[in-house]
Design a protein around this ligand. Structure first.
Ligand code: ZN
Length: 61
C-alpha cells in the first residue's frame, strides 16, 4: 500500500485542520408561524411542514 514517507508534523497537521469548522445550518422561515426553521425539517414551533400539520404539538400543562 502507498505509505507516507514522512510523519506529518504537528504544525502541518494543525494548519490543515484550521479549515475544519462547523457550518451554519440552512435556515428558512416557517410559512405557518413565521419562526426560523431548519430547511427540510418540521417546524419546532407549530409542527407544520410544507403548509400541512406534520406533528401535533404536545400540550404540556
Ligand atoms: Zn411554524
Amino acid at each position: 500500500m502507498a505509505h507516507p514517507k514522512r510523519k506529518t508534523s504537528k504544525t502541518r497537521r494543525d494548519k490543515r485542520r484550521t479549515h475544519y469548522k462547523a457550518e451554519m445550518p440552512a435556515l428558512g422561515v416557517c410559512s405557518n408561524c413565521g419562526s426560523a426553521v431548519k430547511l427540510h425539517t418540521v417546524c419546532g414551533e407549530c409542527g407544520y411542514y410544507r403548509g400541512k400539520l406534520a406533528v401535533e404539538k404536545e400540550v404540556t400543562a
